[in-house]
Design a protein around this ligand. Structure first.
Ligand code: GDP
Ligand code: MG
Length: 593
């Protein structure tokens, strides 16, 4: 395709502002699918994505509109997947900025818009949901101009739901977004935007060609990975799979090349021709790094092999999580896994439970600490609180910090500030825009990985939005807090905490465990301790018989599931010495009240 006839764009939107609905409309209007085929939202193709209403994996669709090829790139909608977002944006020349006419601009939107601006994108504001009675398009236009600082006078007013403004959006893409640039005669240079495992096609790679041409039968080289592969398919999604002879400069499409694992096809890598390679790779390649770690153990020790197989299968399609075997005195054999963030952790954990029908114990999530040992004893990267060295061998510990931007309506600001304060936050900025406050805080990631996001949402009735980026390591007075149940340490519950918040955390943990662990025939002390010093204590009093009543904190479905299992005579409990701890306790105890 001629460069002047190509437009590459993405859609930026806060969750629920209508990105998927609009994408479906654009596909429908341009004739990619019949009405009958449009039944489900096309771009959200995983169950979990649908339920959570977020996009996890970027997908792209090739549309035809008035003699032009429009490549619509969907981007992941969560902070955990920021690097994938940045690569998707780098593959485009423009973006539709979708803002809900009733909700206005939100923090997540901002972070992505700024990235889009950094990539020199032409941004077309789309004010969506104008069919709503509470829509205030003029107010939202002002917000876009004031908060984001781009011209919104020619914003398109739309309703993805009722189909208003769809043709105008397509015309605006053709007229306002610049055509890509590229040199067809130069050596091949293509960016690896995304990769995933497809049961029929194998590993599928989404590419944006910058220079040269990629075709079937070509030997290509992955410049960062250093591997070569033979291209066996080239094509695009319309959104149906359509094979093409080649992809030229400016085009976005997929290739397959008999690649076994997605781990071999890393997002951001540069593909070039093996025989006539480019001199330099494209800028911006980054190794993905796990940020949050936790242990995953089967409740039933006999499920270990099944867990290994299931984790390996998931990993086939998600190179951004890592795992290695781990053994724990209390929990037996399991895996230490690394994730991009808490949401990513929850998604993997949920898929293991749901798709592979595994009962799992998840240990306390932990970030990575940098430890310097005394007397030149060296440096440790600590991924697991259980491996914490003896305190008097530690010279210093540093923890990762983030900078968070929080948007919240004025009325909830007080509680949000208190939450940040309680989590050792340092306020960097506080401004007001309209009826909303924008608070910028530096926070230790350790304080955020537990339940910060849930707390923020609940205390603002869902109105606060939150976005963060890592800003490096800082030393801190950090200690390992252990939990003892009936005098026995439960290593899965140990965590690294700041000394100043240890007591509050410790008290919260023992109070929760008191609710979560069923009574036994004897008294059970529950203690939180730092070294040998107990900092919080509760006691579960003894009880005579009914051990199933009122034991479980979790939600109703879990509770029912548990009761069903008990009926089958297979209670999912872990024995600690003589104490049984229900699996729910391990996760629930970490959610601070
Ligand atoms: P996403 O999270 O940005 O992908 O948002 P979705 O496309 O999933 O939309 C979120 C919700 O808003 C869904 O319930 C949609 O039906 C609804 N929605 C999307 N566009 C419109 C619109 O133009 N008008 C109205 N009233 N609702 C819309
Ligand atoms: Mg969506």
């Amino acid at each position: 395709t001629e460069l002047s006839k190509i437009r590459n764009f993405s859609i930026i939107a806060h969750i629920d502002h209508g990105k998927s609905t609009l994408a479906d409309r654009l596909i429908q209007r341009t004739g990619g699918l019949s009405d009958r085929e449009m039944s489900a939202q096309v771009l959200d193709n995983m169950d979990i994505e649908k339920e959570r209403g977020i996009t996890i994996k970027a997908q792209t669709v090739r549309l035809e509109w008035k003699g032009h090829i429009l490549n619509l790139m969907d981007t992941p909608g969560h902070v955990d997947f920021a690097y994938e977002v940045s690569r998707s944006l780098a593959a485009c020349e423009g973006a539709l900025l979708v803002v809900d006419a009733a909700q206005g601009v939100e923090a997540q939107t901002l972070a992505n818009v700024y990235q889009s601006i950094e990539h020199d994108h032409e941004i077309i504001p789309v004010i969506n949901k104008i069919d709503l009675p509470s829509a205030e398009p003029e107010k939202v236009k002002n917000e876009i101009e004031e908060i984001i600082g781009i011209d919104a006078s020619n914003a398109v007013l739309a309703s993805a739901k009722s189909g208003i403004g769809i043709e105008e959006i397509l015309d605006a893409v053709v007229e306002r977004i610049p055509a890509p640039k590229g040199d067809a005669d130069a050596p091949l240079k293509a960016m690896l935007v995304d990769s995933w495992y497809d049961p029929y096609l194998g590993v599928v790679i989404l590419v944006r060609v910058i220079d040269g041409t990629i075709k079937k039968g070509q030997q290509i080289k992955f410049m960062a990975a250093g591997t070569t592969h033979l291209v066996d398919r080239v094509g695009a999604f319309t959104p149906k799979i359509e094979q093409l002879p080649d992809l030229g400069p400016g085009e976005i499409g997929f290739i397959t090349a008999q690649i076994k694992e997605v781990a071999q096809a890393r997002v951001g890598d540069t593909l070039t021709d093996a025989k006539r390679p480019a001199l330099e790779p494209l800028p911006g390649f980054k190794e993905v790094q796990s940020v949050v770690f936790c242990g995953l153990f089967p409740v039933d020790a006999n499920d270990f092999e099944k867990l290994r197989e299931s984790i390996s299968k998931l990993r086939l399609n998600d190179a951004s999580f890592s795992f290695e075997m781990e053994t724990s005195a209390a929990l037996g054999f399991g895996f230490r896994c690394g994730f991009l963030g808490l949401l990513h952790l929850e998604i993997i954990q949920e898929r293991l439970m749901r798709e592979y029908d595994l009962d799992l114990i998840t240990t306390a999530p932990s970030v990575v600490y940098q430890i310097e040992l005394t007397h030149g004893g060296g440096h440790i990267e600590l991924h697991n609180p259980a491996d914490m060295p003896d305190p008097n061998k530690i010279e210093s510990i540093a923890e990762p910090w983030i900078q968070a931007v929080i948007y919240v309506p004025d009325e909830y600001l007080g509680s949000v500030l208190k939450l940040c304060q309680d989590r050792r936050g340092i306020q960097k900025n506080l401004t007001y825009v309209g009826g909303r406050a924008q608070a910028t805080y530096e926070l230790p990631l350790n304080e955020v990985v537990f339940d910060f996001y849930d707390r923020l949402k609940s205390l603002s009735k869902g109105y606060a939005s939150f976005d963060y980026e890592q800003i490096g390591y800082r030393e801190g007075d950090l200690v390992k807090m252990g939990i003892l149940v009936n005098e026995e340490p439960v290593d899965a519950l140990s965590m690294i905490v700041h000394r100043s918040t240890a007591e509050v955390r410790g008290r919260g943990m023992v109070e929760r465990l008191k609710e979560l662990i069923p009574r036994h025939l004897f008294k059970i002390p529950i203690q939180a301790a730092i070294g040998g010093k107990v900092i919080a204590r509760e006691t579960i009093s003894a009880m005579r018989k009914d051990v199933t009543a009122k034991c479980y904190g979790g939600d109703a479905t879990r509770k029912r599931k548990l009761l069903e299992k008990q009926k089958k005579g297979k209670a999912k409990m872990r024995e600690y010495g003589s104490v049984s701890i229900p699996q729910e306790a391990f996760i629930a105890a970490l959610r601070m009240g």
